[in-house]
Structures are given as C-alpha cells and as structure tokens.
Write a protein that binds this ligand. Structure first.
Ligand code: DX5
Ligand code: ZN
Length: 213
C-alpha cells in the first residue's frame, strides 16, 4: 500500500486569507486540495487558475477540476499556476485521454475521478496512464456532505488491480469515515470540513492520522 497522504481541501477555508489558512496546515499536509467548479459540470463556481497562482506554499497543489471538457488553454492556466497534480472527471470529458495526455506532457501528475455512481469499469482503460485515481465519496459540488459508503467496493476492486497506485478519496472524510476508506484501499485523504472547518487544524490532521493507525 502506498504512503498515507492528507490533503486538506480549501473549499472549507477562508479564501480571503488563503495564504494564512494554508500556513496553518503546511506542516502536516501532504497536498493542498483545490476544488475548481465551473457552474456546468457542477452547479457552483469556485476559484480559478489566477487564484491558484497566488497561493504561496511549498506543499504540492492538488487541483480537482469539476469542469466540463477542460480545453488545452484552460489546462495550461493551471500548469502555469504551478499545479502538482490535476484531476479531471471521466463524466465531464468526451475523451479523457486527450486531457490526460496534455497534463502528462506538461510534467504535471494526471489523475482521473469518478462520481459515486459511476462504475470503475469506465476508467479501467486509463489506469496504466494516470498517477492517481480519485474515487468520490460524495456527489461533487459541495463541502459538508455525508460520506457515501457504497463507493468502498470500487476502491477494493481498484486496490486489487493496482497495488501501488495512489487512490484518493474526497467527500465526507473525517476520523470516522477515513478508516473505512483506508480499509478498502485508499491512501490519499481529502478533507474540507473535518480540517478547515475546525479551529485547531493541526489537531484535526493529527486526529485523522491517528484514526488510520
Ligand atoms: C466536493 C469537493 C471536496 C470538498 C470536500 O465536491 O470535491 O473536495 O471540499 O469537502 P468535505 O470534506 O467537507 O466533504
Ligand atoms: Zn475535491
């Protein structure tokens, strides 16, 4: 099983003081998870590439694009903004291979995601090409939703197929649900509400790590 990584999601942070918010998690975060929503693939809209560019941290930026058909120029904005990894949604792209190729060509880590009801079979053909798979544990769009445990069998199946792959989970992850996803085979844990929603972010991350022991 690959190394456990914690990825606080800034969707639950105060973005008017984002660099100070990130400072509070920098010491224990392995990735900073940034949710980009376009108002099309999901109803809300969030921040853009310029916002990402203004983030100052040594922690790798994990950009989650909940975006319909991201174009080459659109992706380039995130390459230039310093993204470490970019996740696209299988459901949002006509031919995800196109985006995966563009991302990899720019030396950014490519990741593909599926929503809770999308079967694993839809992404099997990309598994040898991507650096990480994100299995959503809520319907994308909002922080603070309830963890969908019915996504666990997909993680189990994926872990059997890919013992060394980074498998990320996102949505409703907290010290009670993270161990369920970990037992299924996930190793990268995105958390908004249960980290940035708490006053003491360091304690929140420690509690999450403790739950995985
Ligand atoms: C939801 C986003 C998540 C969100 C998770 O669509 O992809 O990253 O921030 O928030 P919590 O941890 O509160 O479920
Ligand atoms: Zn996300």
């Amino acid at each position: 099983m690959p190394k456990i990584k914690i990825a606080p999601s800034i969707l639950s942070a105060d973005i008017s003081r984002i660099n100070r918010e990130i400072k509070e998690v920098e010491k224990y975060a392995d990735l900073i998870h940034i949710d980009i929503m376009d108002g099309i693939f999901v109803s809300p809209t969030t921040v853009d590439a310029d916002f990402v560019k203004a983030i100052k941290t040594h922690v790798p930026l994990d950009v989650h694009l909940m975006v319909h058909e991201p174009s080459e120029a659109y992706l380039k904005g995130f390459f230039d903004a310093g993204a470490h990894s970019i996740t696209i949604h299988e459901e949002a792209c006509r031919d995800p291979l196109r985006q995966i190729d563009l991302i990899k060509k720019s030396n950014v880590k490519a990741c593909i995601s599926i929503k809770p009801k999308t079967p694993l079979g839809r992404i099997k053909k990309y598994l040898d090409l991507v650096d990480m798979v994100l299995i959503m544990t809520v319907e994308p769009g909002y922080a603070g939703q309830k963890f969908i445990a019915s996504a666990m069998p997909k993680i189990e199946e994926l872990r059997k197929l890919k013992p060394k792959l980074d498998i990320e989970v996102d949505g409703g992850i907290n010290p009670y649900t993270a161990p369920l996803a970990y037992a299924a085979g996930a190793n990268v844990f995105v958390a908004g509400t249960s980290i940035f929603g708490k006053k003491d972010r360091t304690a929140a991350i420690q509690e999450m790590l403790q739950s995985l022991k």
